[in-house]
Design a protein around this ligand. Sequence first.
Ligand code: AMP
Length: 184
Amino acid sequence: MTRVVLVGPPGAGKGTQATALSREFGVPHISTGDLFRAHIANNTELGQDVKRYLDSGQLVPDEVTNEMVRERLDEPDARGGFLLDGFPRNVGQAEVLGKILGDAGTSVDAVVEFKIDEDVVVERLLARGRDDDNEEVIRRRQQIYRSETEPLLDYYGTAVITVDAVGDVDEITQRVLSALRDRT
Ligand code: AMP
């Protein structure tokens, strides 16, 4: 279970869990949001191209995102496994991920869904205070999650493991680990 995709609404705690799980499994935590933010911070050409999408809470176009992920997954540390956080975010991206992995003779082992009420995540995000955490942008990101990202759960079908994402950070990590263990 080393090729794992984390799915959940913005604010569900995927990033925090991915950090803990990455330590546990010894595979890299790959967050497309973090990769984009690093490009923006370093003022790269890609960063300049994608900034407006992040600022407004819209998805970065698939061609840009997929290419960035393809390159990241090709790096040596990701060959043996990874925790993908924030990718795929729609079915088109999931198909591309399937192709990238298929070409390498592998596939997604599990998809962990972080289940949490929208009101709870909106509260959390307002408290977090990142640049794209104002109420209007938060609401847009939640809508996009529902319309674009949630269909992934049907797409991945029985590979999906749903975990209650309300509670203590450590408690949730344990829930994910035991759910993954039960699956193998
Ligand atoms: P996150 O850190 O996952 O909340 O992502 C922050 C922002 O980065 C999102 O609101 C999007 O603008 C962009 N982003 C991150 N991952 C993706 C993706 N897989 N596809 C398109 N845009 C993305």
